[in-house]
Design a protein around this ligand. Structure first.
Ligand code: NAD
Length: 797
């Protein structure tokens, strides 16, 4: 079976280094090669190095790997994964590519150097080795002219978006001669191993996302100038109001680099043949002027916006395209914009804006209609399906809805009528589709979503293993439900507990459902998955409920809540069937406690995991402290000192440390060897389901009740408290942080018992509950909770 065990990335610039990093993220070692420097740096001269020294010859790649650690957001799941990248250079090391299964070319965006490099690569090519290019828009076929047929069969485009770890899109572009089996392999590999959303693009200038995206940006500038709008007005309309990212139009250009944008637009203009389309890709004068002045955006300190400090205050000024001067941004009064803000969901927001009836609504419509028609015109030329176009725009430009999805949301037929009435010509396939009586591009048929393919509805492609909880609920698979959570039948004897409260915060409703779900699973299922497809897995316990009880001094209420939390967590831990938690994104406080209580955890690659309770003035109270103490005791040998391992966890909880990835959560000690990261978030729930089935099949037995947990006792507590005092002395934590840290140390060490005492789980839970309750009685804790609820940020009082 074809596999990619090792890779080579050629070109260690912005993209190459980060692609190598992402390969490392998924466990694939790579060679990272770049040019040999022609001159010594001052530092190399000082060290007495010559141009033939390996350190000098490998400098570009070595430096690129070093820079990975400074990039934000971090390209590596864990800093130490950088070890999987081996730096080298194209003169001494190119032969080593014969050892790899995949070579990806990521050098300068220019045809000739790419061609020459591919010629050199072919010298070391062996049957089966895949070679691809990360070009943003150069012809794949042109690049391999002159290469052997065998080589061309193994060559294709794999276009990652920047930053490759975070951007979901991977455009796979077959060349004329690419072996279809390799295209299929890359599609599966990109999806399952690299965690990307893969679309198939055709070998046309700028492929899918950049072709439509660039067109959209140019249309936006044109409509803006026609209507006399300002930069900030356009950004207000073309951002979240239209289901697009906050960076909207001009902030996006500033981030991408205005010169890069011009380069991309020119590439289309120079490579398409239709004069009207060539005109559409002409770069407006204002943008050219910015490039001439070197105002290229973020990288040159100014573009459409400029950050300044005025009267000691940070400010972002905006460029006035009439005067070419920066000025303060003006507030925008628009009822359409207001209506969009109030509306719910991307479709609702876009509809509210476009039907808003003021000049801003008109601007939005004038932009949108042209992008929709252009996308429809390009079907067949840049991609075979509307699904590929929609997905490319969602994953590559972070739009909430692709063009055809938006068109459907606005009403396919009505929108087409309005377009025609305004003199737009729709492509014949759209007219035919409407004439055939269809009411939408995407239609449901026998429970399956279809789309037009050659005039007929065909099922949309769903990669194997994608589970859609919303669709299952619609199909009547709900077993039990309350306001906070639902238990859903995933099929094959596995049930899934889905949280769906506000922010997925845990309140009594979810806790009730946890206990109920375990009981149902034990009776009727092989096991239970805990996962959801909300924005975040769970942001913690419902703080509002705790705060209200604390303000009213209703200690019994809080006491009962903690007991309920503990009961639910114990139900998970001692469930007779396996429970697999599959968290994603923010997994904080109570969300972590649910994971710690589960039999296994399969976090998404992007999981930000941490016990952050001190930020709201308490310590973990849902079994998090008990579970930490228990795990530490289990992780060391019977005669080993507990304190070093305990101190690490104490520091993580005491400073509310959150992992920057699922892999880091493992490294921080929150997860176990048996837990593993699922790179593609779309496959997370099916991976958890498979895990449940595997565990059930080999015979799952619940862990024995923890009656004798070895604890560090009063000596350990003193050591932890001393460490906290050191942080306080150094000014790293406040008086109140220290107060909380003392309580935390008390609970984690098992209270005032002799070192290495054996205590029960219930005893540790009691300690945890008492400490939590006492902190709820403190005014500074109340202030912290209020602040968090009001601002979403911790207060360090
Ligand atoms: P870059 O300029 O940051 O890096 C290019 C690297 O290639 C440099 O390290 C350079 O030393 C090396 N190089 C230059 N000429 C070479 C040659 N003749 N032989 C070997 N190495 C050479 O560029 P980048 O932004 O990383 O882009 C690389 C490729 O990825 C381009 O094809 C680009 O279009 C594409 N791309 C870039 C982005 C992006 O956002 N930057 C996004 C998607 C695709």
């Amino acid at each position: 079976m074809r596999q990619i065990r090792r890779a080579a990335v050629i070109g260690s610039g912005v993209m190459g280094a980060q692609i190598a990093a992402h390969l490392a993220n998924v466990g694939i070692p790579s060679l990272l090669l770049d040019l040999v420097p022609q001159e010594l740096t001052a530092e190399e001269q000082k060290k007495g190095l010559s141009l033939d020294h390996p350190a000098v010859r490998n400098r570009l790649a070595t430096e690129a790997i070093r820079r990975l650690h400074k990039l934000s957001p971090a390209p590596l799941f864990r800093a130490d994964y950088a070890k999987l990248i081996t730096p080298g250079n194209l003169e001494d090391d190119l032969h080593r590519i014969s050892e790899v299964d995949w070579v990806i070319e990521v050098i300068v965006e220019s045809l000739e150097p790419k061609r020459q490099l591919l010629e050199r690569i072919e010298r070391y090519w062996h049957e089966g080795m895949i070679v691809s290019t990360n070009t943003s828009g150069i012809s794949i076929n042109a690049m391999v002219e002159g290469r052997s047929e065998a080589f061309r069969r193994h060559f294709l485009g794999t276009h990652f978006f920047n930053p490759p770890r975070y951007m979901k899109l991977l455009e796979v572009i077959p060349g004329r001669d690419t072996d279809p089996a390799i295209v299929e392999f890359m599609r599966d590999f990109g999806t399952e191993r690299l965690g990307k959303g893969v679309v198939l693009a055709k070998d046309t200038p700028n492929f899918i996302a950049n072709r439509i995206g660039t067109y959209g940006l140019l249309v936006t500038v044109e409509e803006m100038q026609k209507g006399g709008f300002t930069v900030e007005e356009v950004d207000a309309i073309t951002g979240p109001a239209l289901g697009r990212p906050k960076s909207a139009t001009f902030r996006t250009l500033d981030l991408v680099g205005i010169d890069t944008f011009v380069h991309v637009a020119n590439n289309v203009r120079q490579n398409v043949t239709d004069p009207q389309e060539q005109r559409a890709f002409e770069v407006p004068e204002a943008i050219q002027k910015l490039v001439e002045r070197g105002w290229l955006g973020e990288k040159s300190g100014q573009g459409f916006y400029k950050r300044v400090k005025q009267n000691g205050q940070r400010q972002i000024l905006v460029l006035d395209l009439d005067t070419f001067e920066y000025r303060e941004q003006k507030k925008i009064a628009s009822s359409a914009l207001e209506a969009s803000k109030q509306a719910k969901g991307a479709a609702g927001k876009a509809k509210a804006l476009l039907h808003g009836g003021d000049r801003y609504a008109e601007l939005a419509w004038n932009i949108v209609k042209r992008v929709l028609v252009y996308s429809a015109e390009k079907l067949g030329e840049i991609a075979d399906t509307i699904q590929d176009i929609d997905a490319a725009m969602r994953w590559g430009f972070n739009w909430d809805l692709g063009p055809f999805e938006l068109w459907d949301a606005l009403g396919m037929v009505e929108t087409a009528e309005r377009m025609r009435a305004e003199g737009l010509r729709l492509p014949s396939w759209v007219e035919d589709w409407i004439a055939a009586g269809h009411r939408a591009f995407y239609e449901e048929k026998d429970g399956k979503l279809t789309m037009p393919v050659n005039g007929k509805p065909e099922p949309v492609r769903v990669p194997a293993g994608v589970i859609d909880l919303a669709a299952l609920k619609k199909a009547g698979k709900v077993i039990a439900q309350n306001t906070g959570a639902s238990l859903i039948d995933l099929g094959d004897g596995v049930a899934c507990l889905e949280f769906h409260s506000q922010n997925n915060a845990i309140g009594p409703d979810i806790l009730t459902m946890i206990e109920k779900s375990v009981a149902i699973a034990e009776k009727d299922f092989a096991g239970l998955v805990i996962a959801n497809q909300g924005k975040n897995f769970c942001v913690g316990a419902n703080l509002m409920l705790i705060l209200m009880a604390a303000q009213e001094g209703d200690w019994d209420e809080i006491d009962l809540s903690i007991r309920q939390f503990h009961r639910a967590m114990l139900a998970l831990r001692y469930s007779q069937v396996p429970v697999v938690a599959a968290p994603h994104r923010m997994t904080l406080g109570g969300g972590v406690e649910v994971c710690l209580a589960s039999s296994r955890v399969l976090p998404a690659a992007e999981t930000y995991f941490g016990l952050v309770e001190v930020g709201v003035g308490v310590i973990p109270g849902g079994g998090g402290c008990k579970e930490t103490a228990r795990r530490v005791a289990e992780s060391v040998g019977p005669d080993d000192d507990l304190v070093p391992a305990l101190a690490r966890m104490f520091q993580a909880i005491g400073t509310a440390k959150v992992s920057t990835s699922g892999a880091e959560a493992l490294a921080m000690g929150w997860l176990r060897e048996t837990d593993r990261v699922v790179v593609n978030d779309d496959l997370r729930i099916s991976a958890a389901k498979a895990e449940v089935l595997r565990m059930a099949e080999i015979g799952y037995t619940a862990p024995p009740k923890a009656k004798e947990i070895r604890v560090a006792g009063r000596d350990g507590k003193a050591t932890l408290q001393m460490a906290a005092r050191g942080m306080w002395n150094g000014g790293y934590i406040t008086d109140y942080d220290l107060h909380i840290a003392y309580k935390l140390a008390h609970v984690l060490a098992g209270g005032d018992v002799p070192a290495d005492s054996l205590v029960s789980e219930d005893y540790l839970l009691d300690l945890e509950r008492e400490a939590f309750l006492s902190l709820c009685g403190e005014p500074k804790t109340i202030q912290r909770m209020q602040h968090m609820l009001a601002t979403g940020k911790p207060l360090r009082n």
